[in-house]
Design a protein around this ligand. Sequence first.
Ligand SMILES: [Zn+2]
Length: 299
Amino acid sequence: MNLRLLLSLLLVPLLFAQTAFADLTRLSDNVYAYVGTTDASPARSFAANAGIIIGKDGVLVVDTLTSAKEGQRFLADIRKVTDKPIRYVVNTHTHLDHAFGNCVFAGLGAVVISHTADRALLEKLGTDILKKVGGYGLKPEDMVGTEISLPSLFFSDRLSIDLGGEVVELIRVEPSHTEGSVVVWLPKQKLLFSGDILFTDFHPFLADGDFNGWYKTLDSLLALDVERIVPGHGPLSGKKDLREMKEYLARFDGAARQLAAKGMDGDAIAAELLKILPKRSMAEWMVGYNVKSRYLKKQ
Ligand SMILES: [Zn+2]
């Protein structure tokens, strides 16, 4: 066998492995996350981010992606980084793309944590959403083995967890993306997991959103001692992105209200919004979905 052929045979699986699996990005000695995933297909959790914080005593997982399959992919990537026990899962909120992989980690004995309100939301709607995932573009095979795994620990204001050498602060923000959205703050590292309070380069999912609470939340995060932010969707971000998110939300809401008041139908409003909003990923279908779920009822 000549050398070139041998080399290419050795390199092909390596290249494939790198492109096929977006491994966790190292953000510090003990923090890793998926950030900036561009494949926003339903089977790849709509490009939702997730991450881990490793302490002396074990691992805390932030969000768990869309399904058992996706949770298993995440777990396999975690095991490339650490073999410590996974002790906690925090759901920044309990939407499909952040909490339906919980079952994988609960099965390993991790304590699943969320805000009280978002636990209630998952308890009320989870099983039904699981039955209707086709509406989100998911196929039955994408969801094989997925079960709703409710948080067993829930809180109303703030919770601190000492992982051994690293204290993690869970802070309930104003009702915003969801009623019980939570951010995960590492004060020593000035690092924040914002969940879907922040979408960077992606159009936000707004159906359950409270705009006034969301603006207040973005202001409170701007005042927090933070340098780097893992957004719910999009690349590693900072305070500039929080400001842009606030502007984007205000622009969307203002224009959508005006257009709806003119009596335009949902598709026409969405088409108009797509012309005036800054370009963001997933906007093509999300803008229409948001308009129909929020603005048309109020006419
Ligand atoms: Zn999300």
